[in-house]
Design a binder for this molecule. Structure first.
Ligand SMILES: Nc1ncnc2c1ncn2[C@@H]1O[C@H](COP(=O)(O)OP(=O)(O)OP(=O)(O)O)[C@@H](O)[C@H]1O
Ligand SMILES: [Mg+2]
Length: 271
C-alpha cells in the first residue's frame, strides 16, 4: 500500500516538475501604460491552468506574451522572459511564427475564415505553415470531433465557416488550433459565447488535451475554473499594472487561498 502511494506521488512529481511553459519577471506595456508587472509563473507540462481576475487586470495581455502575439500591437513592449521547454521564445534567433505554431491560441470572439469551407478552416494552419501532414480527412474528423463539432458538420464540410452559429464557429476555431498540434494551447475566455452544452464539450476537450499538451485558459467563470483546471493564477490591479496575487492548485485557490483577496474574488465578492 505504501509502495503504491509512493509511486503515485513520484509520478505526480515527475509530471508537475517539468515546466511546459514558464515566465520570469514578465512585464508588459502599451506605450507608456504599464499593463503588467513582474509575473513569474510556471505552467507544468500536461496540466490546465486557469488565469482568473477582474476585468482589466491583464489576463489577455499576459497570455498574448506567451506566444508573441503582444508584439503585433503597435507601441507594445515587454520585459522578462518566457521559456518554452526551457528555451526563451524572445531570443533574437527565434522565429515568432514558429512560436505561434507551438503555442496556439483561441480567442474570446471566434475568428474563422468566413469564406473558407469548414474543412479548409480546420486545415488552414497546416497549409499556411506548409506543414507536411498526410491524411487530411483524418485530421479534419479528429480535430472536429475533439472540438465537439463533428456530428453537427460532418455532412456539410464544404459549407462556409461563416455559415455556422457563433458557438459552432468557436468550436471550429478550436479544431483549427488543434490541427497544427500545438504543445501549448492558450484560450482566452473560449466559452463566453457558448451554450452550456457546448461549454461542457469544450471542457471535456480541454481535459483530454491536457493528457498531451499544456493548456492555459482565461476564464471569468469560477465554476469553469474549478471544473477544468489543475492550477489557478489570480491576477489583480489596484489601478496600476496588473500583478499576480497568488498561484496554486485549483483546490487550494478555491478552498484555502493564502490571500484574503483571492478568497473574496472566488466567492464572487468583487470583480
Ligand atoms: N491594445 C491595447 N492598447 C492599449 N492598452 C491596452 C490594450 N489592450 C489592453 N490594454 C490595457 O491593458 C490593461 C489590461 O488589459 P487586458 O485586456 O489584458 O485585461 P483583461 O484582464 O484581459 O480584461 P478582461 O477580463 O476585461 O478581458 C487594461 O488597462 C487595458 O486597458
Ligand atoms: Mg481579456
Amino acid at each position: 500500500m505504501s509502495n503504491t502511494s509512493t509511486t503515485v506521488s513520484a509520478t505526480a512529481n515527475e509530471t508537475t516538475a517539468f515546466a511546459g511553459l514558464e515566465t520570469r519577471g514578465a512585464h508588459a506595456w502599451f506605450g507608456k501604460h504599464h499593463a503588467l508587472r513582474d509575473i513569474s509563473l510556471t505552467f507544468p507540462a500536461r496540466t490546465v491552468t486557469g488565469i482568473i481576475g477582474p476585468s482589466g487586470c491583464g489576463k489577455s495581455t499576459f497570455i498574448r506574451l506567451l506566444n508573441r502575439m503582444h508584439e503585433f500591437i503597435p507601441g507594445a513592449a515587454m520585459a522578462g522572459s518566457v521559456l518554452l521547454h526551457g528555451n526563451d521564445i524572445y531570443e533574437p534567433t527565434v522565429d515568432a511564427a514558429e512560436v505561434r505554431l507551438k503555442v496556439g491560441m483561441v480567442f474570446q470572439k471566434p475568428n474563422p475564415f468566413p469564406a473558407m469551407t469548414i474543412r479548409e478552416n480546420v486545415l488552414s494552419g497546416i497549409k499556411l505553415a506548409h506543414l507536411k501532414r498526410p491524411n487530411h480527412d483524418d485530421i479534419v474528423e479528429n480535430c472536429l470531433t475533439r472540438a465537439g463539432l463533428w456530428k453537427e458538420v460532418k455532412d456539410r464540410l464544404g459549407a462556409s465557416g461563416g455559415s455556422l452559429s457563433g458557438g459552432q464557429q468557436q468550436r471550429l476555431c478550436i479544431a483549427r488550433s488543434l490541427a497544427v498540434e500545438p504543445e501549448v494551447l492558450l484560450m482566452d475566455e473560449p466559452c463566453s459565447a457558448l451554450d452550456p452544452g457546448s461549454t461542457l464539450r469544450i471542457e471535456e476537450t480541454i481535459k483530454e488535451l491536457a493528457e498531451k499538451i499544456t493548456v492555459i485558459i482565461v476564464t471569468h467563470n469560477m465554476q469553469q475554473a474549478s471544473r477544468v483546471s489543475d492550477y489557478c493564477a489570480f491576477f489583480l490591479t489596484d489601478g496600476g499594472p496588473g500583478y499576480l496575487v497568488e498561484a496554486d492548485s485549483t483546490r487550494k485557490i478555491f478552498t484555502n487561498p493564502s490571500d484574503p483577496r483571492t478568497a473574496d474574488y472566488v466567492q464572487g465578492k468583487f470583480g
